[in-house]
Write a protein that binds this ligand. Structure first.
Ligand SMILES: Cc1cc2nc3c(=O)[nH]c(=O)nc-3n(C[C@H](O)[C@H](O)[C@H](O)COP(=O)(O)OP(=O)(O)OC[C@H]3O[C@@H](n4cnc5c(N)ncnc54)[C@H](O)[C@@H]3O)c2cc1C
Length: 331
């Protein structure tokens, strides 16, 4: 089977690796100079079993087993097991999903168990002891090593439902074309009549210095009022914080610089008031998510084209790669 994978982000590379393992002939097209340079950029992501739906909790458990397999093969740990705390008014929904999926969790752990950098512990909290931090550098090194022979640094201009791919080296035909192109998927999928949301917004995550000896848990805080955030260790002595700003401040027409400046001001003010971090930004990670998607992913197909899109996909990478490879085989 000849498969074109469009996009060498974590999703495309995971699928390419799974396809190569199944004996497929794979060409993975990437328009950027380096793989994993757009939505998969940076060095860390939150891993968690905790989701609002039991199906996603189960998938996260499968993904964790996949990360462990990758770790065994590469000799490098992929998930740092710090645990993850979810806090805010929605905690009962997350708890119900964890319960339905038979996943371990603790409700209302005491402050010692919470292990968060905040001066004001949240009123409602759920501890997901299986959560932690994905080491993106380890994943990148593993996947790019496995897929190096398949990678072609060329933008794909168009695809059709018969399996044709147009790039600067001319048209090529494949048994299946997998669109895993992140921000590029919507335009390519539209060519074969598949509708994928194409709207984008600006998002920035900021890293603060902390005492390297601290071992805080990853944290998703969704308070009823005030700034919602996600936070996690991003290497020793580094604490990353992303804020869920008013959508008007991060909308596409606002522009990258103004939206990043607004996010920086808000996250910095939040860090000064609430967090036990040095309020000095040492790294900014910028990307362009699709607004309003939330957790989870969607796979659609038309003829020989399979298209995937979603948000917060990093934590699902191993399971998504295997599932997409199987979807390609089923055509
Ligand atoms: C700051 C930040 C924090 C995040 N936090 C988390 C988290 O805590 N947990 C979590 O699970 N997820 C998190 N995410 C989301 C997660 O990282 C993304 O969902 C995931 O990396 C998406 O991977 P992808 O392969 O779909 O997209 P991408 O990494 O964007 O890959 C798509 C690739 O396709 C290429 N491409 C596009 N168009 C074309 C074309 N026409 N031809 C050739 N190549 C093309 C692009 O250059 C790109 O490399 C976060 C993302 C960011 C940016």
């Amino acid at each position: 089977m000849r498969v074109a994978v469009v996009g060498a982000g974590v999703v495309g590379l995971s699928a390419a690796a799974a396809l190569l393992e199944r004996g497929a002939e794979v060409v993975c097209y990437e328009r950027a100079d380096e793989p994993m340079a757009e939505r998969s950029v940076g060095s860390s992501r939150i891993f968690r079993y905790a989701h609002r739906e039991p199906e996603l909790v189960r998938l996260a458990a499968d993904a964790r087993a996949g990360f462990d397999r990758w770790a065994e093969r590469s000799g490098r740990r992929m998930v740092v097991p710090s645990g993850c705390v979810i806090s805010g008014a929605d905690v009962p929904t997350w708890a119900a999903a964890m319960e339905a999926a038979d996943a371990p969790f603790e409700l209302q752990p005491d402050a010692d168990r919470l292990r968060l950098p905040t001066r004001r512990p949240p009123a409602e909290a759920l501890l997901d002891p299986s959560g932690g931090v994905v080491d993106v550098d380890a994943v990148r090194e593993y996947l790019t090593g496995l897929t190096a022979r398949a990678l072609r640094r060329e933008p794909v201009e168009a695809v059709d439902a018969d399996g044709h791919v147009w790039s600067r080296s001319g048209p090529a035909r494949f048994d299946v074309v997998l669109l895993a192109a992140g921000t590029g998927t919507s335009a390519l999928a539209a060519r074969v009549g598949v509708s994928v949301p194409g709207e984008l917004e600006h998002h920035a995550r900021f890293t603060f210095p902390v005492d390297p000896a601290v071992a805080w848990r990853s944290w998703i805080d969704l308070p009823a009022t005030g700034l919602g955030t996600y936070q996690h260790a991003s290497g020793p002595g580094r604490w990353a914080v992303g804020g869920h700003l008013d959508p008007a401040a991060t909308a596409w027409p606002v522009g990258r610089d103004a939206a990043t400046a607004a996010a920086r001001d808000e996250v910095l003010a939040y860090a000064r008031e609430h967090l036990a971090v040095e309020p000095r930004i040492v790294e900014t990670v910028y990307c362009t998510p699709t607004p309003g998607l939330g957790d989870g992913f969607h796979v659609q197909h038309a003829g020989r084209v399979v298209a995937v899109h979603g948000e917060n996909l990093f934590k699902f990478a191993p399971v998504l790669g295997t599932a997409l490879a199987a979807a390609c085989e089923r055509d």
